[in-house]
Design a protein around this ligand. Sequence first.
Ligand code: ADP
Ligand code: MG
Length: 369
Amino acid sequence: MSTEAAPSGVWFAPGRVNLIGEHTDYNEGFVLPFALPHRAVVTASAVSGGSSRVRSAQQDGVVEFRAATVAPGEVTGWAAYLAGTCWAFREAGFPVGEVDLRLDSDVPVGAGLSSSAAVECAVGVALAGLAGVPVDPTGLARIARRAENAFVGAPTGGMDQMASMHGRPGRLVFLDTRDDTVELVPFDPPAHGLELLVIDSRAPHAHADGEYGARRADCEAAAAALGVPALRDARPADLPRIADERIRRRARHVVTENERVLQVVALLSGGADPREIGPLLDASHASMRDDFEITVPHVDVAVAAARAGGAVGARMTGGGFGGCVIALCDTGRVGAVTAAVRAAYAERGWPAPVVFPGRPSEGAGPLPG
Ligand code: ADP
Ligand code: MG
């Protein structure tokens, strides 16, 4: 009989915020997220036989399933994110035994900061750690995405998991969603006397799923009208060839947004003052508001108030119809920008927004002891 203790440990994975590149992922384009300091932490241990047990400090109860055999549809609700990652890890050809997983996360849920990817990626690195499998960040990100798409049943792109896996302090994760290649781009606001404020608008999410599907369909129609495989392959000069006015505006958002991502990357990689990206953040917001029509009053008001309060650039981040706004501010303006947004909300009788600094942080891995 072995006296060796079963493998166990503590692993984490962060939430993320997207600096720029919205609704470009399903058009095979570019995104530029970074990992947040907010994380999901999983305390994991292998258990012999029986079944797996998962708990969350943010949920009641214990959920049990057999990780060795679990299949889509057998676990629903919050535990599907954990069971689904076990399933996807196994489907990728890795060994999965029964596990005890205790989850605790400070990533706000449903704010568009990807609490779901944080959970999946934390479970993914935990399973890899327990199995002694070397961590391939892109491979684990794909497993985590498969859990969300095929087990939970949420048709999302791969940005969230890639940011959670590849994030680094002081770096953006520049992702080409066509081939999943990643380049880390320097972005360290405090080193330049700046802060990137994340403002949770707390807007009520309305019709987001249906609108997301409608935008995807419009983008497919635009690509078909232009005869390109995806809008990634279109240029601004192509746009007049789209006859339908709405489809043309949708395409214009995606085409110009991809160009803005590349411009931000060129500026920051070239060592420019990060303040120079301000106008690109503003242009991204205008494009989402006017051409893609995915903003709502709560985010438009936050963006306008942040700019009026002295932010050098501001935009909605995430899929839209609520969620968060980011505002790049000189450190000395953080108080004024926060106060301006709070005042604008108070004036309208809206619940106060939650504001915190978003600083690029470490991606998923073992929790340092
Ligand atoms: P988000 O934008 O935060 O990723 P999603 O709807 O994609 O929003 O994912 C949120 C879901 O992820 C929650 O409803 C829950 O099922 C699961 N989840 C996130 N964090 C936790 C947690 N700490 N404990 C249990 N489940 C969680
Ligand atoms: Mg999510």
